[in-house]
Design a protein around this ligand. Structure first.
Ligand SMILES: [Zn+2]
Length: 252
């Protein structure tokens, strides 16, 4: 969807008086069109007619604008008379938002994306893995964590590094791994085991968190509960946990 925007500066040919007229004040009429190679071409006539405030000369500001192909500004012909003009009408593309699905495509900020996901949480599985990481990062940031979304190239089970300082000034470091998976693609024990491994690197985290838009196999859950050196090492957060986080999210 689009509309016209801009302004036309004019100088009266008779007396030199000048001013500017916003395109919003012009009358707009679709005066024709035709089918061409790339679909329909539409012609619009934009007109603003008035008398010069100083000398009463008739001034006509008039532009013929071609839209071709659809939604694309093609050219403008200046048919003005009585004044010399500067500028021409421009296209302004407007966002058309009908649904949360549109919003996950056209969002302008991560908080806006989160609000769309809150109304339709299943769309968490439609956004890109990188967008999902950004959403999780923002959720932790809003809860007071110092967060760092790591570069795409780095790996080794730390999509996000989050540091939390509690009320006593005690700092804890978390590695957060994000898996934006389809509903039936459960996170298995191999990933859990690999993430457990990164705890042992130098300056590794106190705790790791595995967040997924799907769920965890019983093997994965069993590993964390019973086989890891401590069940406090890792937290598994699944789709239902994420829905809770989304609902709890407050932009700050
Ligand atoms: Zn004039």
């Amino acid at each position: 969807m689009w509309g016209f925007k801009g302004q036309i500066d004019y100088v009266c040919d008779n007396c030199g008086d000048s001013d500017e007229i916003p395109i919003d004040d012009f009358s707009v009429e679709c005066t024709g069109g035709s089918e061409r190679g790339m679909g329909a071409e539409s012609i619009y006539e934009l007109i603003y007619e008035f008398e010069c405030a100083r000398c009463n000369q008739d001034i006509l500001l008039s532009f013929e604008v071609s839209e071709y192909p659809a939604e694309v500004f093609n050219f403008a012909i200046n048919n003005s008379s009585g004044a010399t003009t500067k500028g021409e009408p421009e296209f302004e593309y407007l966002r058309e938002i009908y649904s949360a699905y549109d919003l996950i495509t056209f969002y302008e900020s991560i908080p806006e994306l989160i609000s769309a996901l809150r109304s339709s949480p299943d769309l968490m599985r439609e956004i890109t893995p990188r967008e999902f990481e950004a959403v999780v990062t923002e959720i932790f940031r809003s809860k007071g964590f110092e967060v760092d979304l790591t570069k795409r190239t780095s790996d080794g089970g730390k999509d996000i590094i989050a540091i939390h300082t509690d009320g006593l000034g005690i700092r804890n470091k978390y590695f957060i791994e994000c898996k934006r998976y389809a509903e039936d693609n459960k996170v298995g024990v191999a990933l859990v085991r690999a993430l457990q491994g990164v705890k042992n690197i130098k300056d590794g985290p106190n705790k790791t968190i595995l967040v997924t838009t799907s769920s965890f196999t019983s093997g994965a859950k069993n590993y964390v509960e019973n086989e890891a050196s401590s069940k406090w090492d890792m937290t598994l957060a699944d789709y239902d946990d994420l829905v809770g986080w989304l609902n709890d999210y407050q932009e700050s």
